[in-house]
Design a protein around this ligand. Structure first.
Ligand SMILES: Cc1cc2nc3c(=O)[nH]c(=O)nc-3n(C[C@H](O)[C@H](O)[C@H](O)COP(=O)(O)OP(=O)(O)OC[C@H]3O[C@@H](n4cnc5c(N)ncnc54)[C@H](O)[C@@H]3O)c2cc1C
Length: 438
């Protein structure tokens, strides 16, 4: 393939090898690229950010527990020494399967194999006003927005003479009772207990409230009944007001209306209630499921295409066991990335491809300080031991020694001091102008 720059092409060095273009440097894309190291292919990784982010700890950035830098890792550094791998910071705008091209904001790129690993977006279920006024938590930028919002609202609560306004400023609502929602609500409740009295002695800690709203009849739907009950009990104990079987209908920036007719007043609403696939433009509608995920066969190839793979959150491999595709979790993304890399190499060597078999390694969620729940196969743990397990698994999984060290230090510090050291409003966030955040 000709690799020199033409009028609109992104520059890449010449290579005699076929080119694999990968869209997305998340868990799926990174695991695939690692597996393609030194294989007879030229790999081009495209991502709109120049870093990989560790989403499971976004909530800790949002609640001032750890620095943002400790859970993101530069993609160029990650692939230093990978002679056949090139990174280009680019926002992919469209793919053109007919001409085997990817169109981006910095130019276009031809491929021999395309791997789509674009992940997912927050699902607001078509509630435009909720989307406008609440904050999601899918990226490091959004986690920083949440951090700024929490702190800004506390700053405003200190200076207002209007009691109703102070109430709304100190009401924090998390929507979605999955792991992200449970962990966020727990961390805000801990913030109220340990940080508020120190930083905002003028505010009565009793007036700050934390609400967790879940549409289903239990928390942590994807985990065992034991985990779900334990999570409920732990959150209840640290004073989180949990509303199950409650669907949010609207939010105008102040009033949250639910299907129960109840209206809560809060200036901070954090939306973790669902995700939807994030496929690039250019894929025919029949290849996309109702969850906006790309239909793939058992080899991770987009249905009907031998040269396009889709992996991770954006992919749906439908089977009897997984009628909507595999769970949108890091393990599924990592395992699919590895398999797709193997299959691309096998395809080049005209060998048979391997079918994907998901190995469920279990699920963990932390609740407040020093407590967690864990489902590992037949075993169910909760409490301090589960929290130690949760901490170890996350520390091992974070990219880079420096990041592990930073997170480990932050956790040790807060373990002994009950302090959260990153209570900074680096840039003010205005929900009416989301681009102001960060
Ligand atoms: C708050 C939160 C907590 C979570 N906690 C857990 C947990 O505890 N355990 C667990 O297993 N899973 C957890 N998950 C889910 C897990 O993070 C995802 O399943 C996983 O990140 C999916 O990996 P992925 O590679 O498919 O997508 P992602 O990791 O989302 O990566 C997608 C990449 O594609 C890039 N991209 C997207 N569109 C474009 C474009 N058009 N052009 C260029 N680049 C693009 C993005 O910048 C991103 O780097 C959590 C998710 C969230 C949001």
């Amino acid at each position: 393939m000709k690799t020199c720059r033409t009028k609109n092409e992104i520059y890449l060095p010449e290579s005699a090898f076929p080119r694999v273009v990968v869209i997305g440097g998340g868990f799926a894309g990174v695991s695939l690229v690692k597996k393609l190291k030194n294989q007879p292919v030229q790999v081009v990784l495209l991502d709109r950010n120049n870093f990989h982010q560790f989403q499971p700890l976004l909530y800790q950035v949002a609640t001032s527990g750890i620095e943002p830098d400790s859970i993101v890792f530069p993609l160029r550094k990650l692939f230093k020494g990978f002679g056949n791998v090139y990174f280009r910071m680019a926002d992919v705008q469209r793919i053109v399967p007919e001409s085997r091209k990817v169109l981006t904001d910095i130019g276009e790129l031809a491929y021999d194999y395309l791997v789509i690993a674009c992940g997912s977006n927050t699902n607001f279920f078509g509630l435009g006003d909720v989307q406008r006024h609440s904050v999601g938590m899918k990226s490091i930028q959004e986690a920083l927005d949440v951090r700024s919002l929490i702190l800004q609202h506390l700053e405003q609560a200190v200076i207002t003479c209007d009691e109703a306004q102070r109430d709304a400023l100190t009401n924090f609502v998390v929507v979605g009772g999955g792991a992200a929602g449970v962990e966020t609500a727990g961390a805000i409740a801990e913030f109220r207990k340990y940080v508020l009295p120190k930083d905002y002695p003028e505010l009565d800690a009793g007036m700050m409230s934390v609400h967790l709203i879940e549409a289903g009849d239990k928390l942590l739907q994807s985990m065992s009944g034991k985990a779900s009950r334990e999570a409920f009990a732990c959150l209840d104990q640290i004073g989180v007001d949990i509303k199950l079987n409650t669907v949010v209908r609207s939010y105008d920036g102040l009033h949250i209306e639910t299907d129960k007719g109840a209206v809560l007043k809060a200036r901070t609403v954090i939306w973790t209630a669902g995700v939807t696939g994030n496929p690039p433009v250019g894929i025919s509608a029949q290849n996309v499921t109702r969850q906006n995920r790309i239909l793939v066969d058992e080899f991770c190839r987009m249905k009907g295409y031998a040269d396009i793979y889709a992996i991770g959150d954006v992919a749906a491999m439908i089977s009897g066991e997984f009628p909507f595709g595999h769970p949108m979790v890091a393990q599924a993304a990592i395992q699919q990335g590895r398999l797709a890399a193997r299959n691309i190499v096998s395809d080049l060597q005209k060998k048979p491809l391997d079918a994907f078999v998901y190995k469920d390694k279990g699920a963990l969620a932390t609740i407040g300080k020093r407590k967690a729940v864990a489902d590992l196969g037949k075993f169910r743990f909760s409490g301090f031991f589960a929290w130690m397990l949760w901490s170890s698994v996350h520390l091992i999984s974070i990219s880079g020694f420096r990041n592990k060290l930073l997170v480990g230090l932050n956790w040790t510090w807060s373990y002994f001091t009950y302090d959260k050291g990153n209570r900074l409003i680096i840039r003010r966030y205005d929900p009416a102008k989301p681009e102001s955040g960060g």
